[in-house]
Write a protein that binds this ligand. Structure first.
Ligand SMILES: *Cc1c(COP(=O)(O)O)cnc(C)c1O
Length: 220
């Protein structure tokens, strides 16, 4: 199936309240153009340099999502245009995003990444750290707005475990939403697990290989 067909099928299949992020990391600009022609506007990348190279040559109504781990010293290269930063996993990073956003007079929307997987390799905050940021620390950061949470399930074939991890994230999200109504986005689900994620309450799925095909090299 073509990229266009994959996009169309996903748009038909996804519930209306779920936003599709087309994860285009490692893929050439031509592939993104094909998705764009099928109506796709939200694109996700995991490297800041690659995202800004693509931003420079593609239509300006594209909404760019940084979905990867962000190095603090590179925030400045995306502060002018990034639409949403998914993987905010430290207060220090949030402070740097605030500082760079201020230089452009912007308020950059962010998701806090919660660690839900049982792997050592995954980045993320725990519920107490998220709570502290939302309740206190955010007040000193007028140029960032935390609009939701993001999580990645363990890389496993065990569907029950994946479901459990997503359910845990959704429970945290619901609980925090009571005090922090600005939390509206729950980013969870990739090509292999987005159906489970949606059943467990995802409002934003990040899908790469199911749209663009397998990637040639490991993007990590
Ligand atoms: C690469 C990536 C995705 C998309 O992965 P697929 O399995 O190709 O859909 C989603 N989220 C993050 C954070 C990624 O790095």
């Amino acid at each position: 199936m073509s990229i266009q067909e994959n996009i169309q099928n996903l748009h038909e299949q996804l519930p209306e309240n779920v936003t599709l992020i087309a994860v285009s990391k490692t893929k050439p600009v031509e592939a993104l153009k094909e998705a764009y022609q099928a109506g796709q506007r939200h694109f996700g990348e995991n490297k800041i340099q690659e995202m800004s190279d693509k931003y420079a040559v593609l239509p300006k109504d594209i909404l760019w999502h940084m979905i990867g781990h962000v190095q603090t010293n590179k925030v400045k290269y995306m502060a002018e245009f990034v639409h949403l930063i998914h993987g905010v996993d430290s207060l220090r990073l949030l402070q740097e995003i605030n500082k760079q956003a201020a230089r452009y007079n912007r308020v950059i929307h962010c998701l806090l990444q919660k660690d839900i997987a049982d792997e050592e390799t995954k980045f993320g905050l725990n519920a107490d750290e998220i709570s502290a940021i939302l309740t206190h620390q955010i007040q000193a950061l007028p140029n960032v707005k935390v609009v939701g949470l993001m999580g990645m399930a363990t890389f496993t074939d065990d569907q029950a475990q994946i479901r459990q991890e997503f359910a845990t994230l959704k429970a945290t999200f619901n609980q925090m939403q009571i005090i922090h109504p600005d939390l509206q986005i729950l980013s969870m689900g990739m090509s292999g697990d987005y159906q489970i994620a949606i059943e467990e309450g995802s409002t934003m799925v990040r899908i790469g290989s199911a749209i663009f095909g397998e990637r040639n090299y490991n993007p990590e």
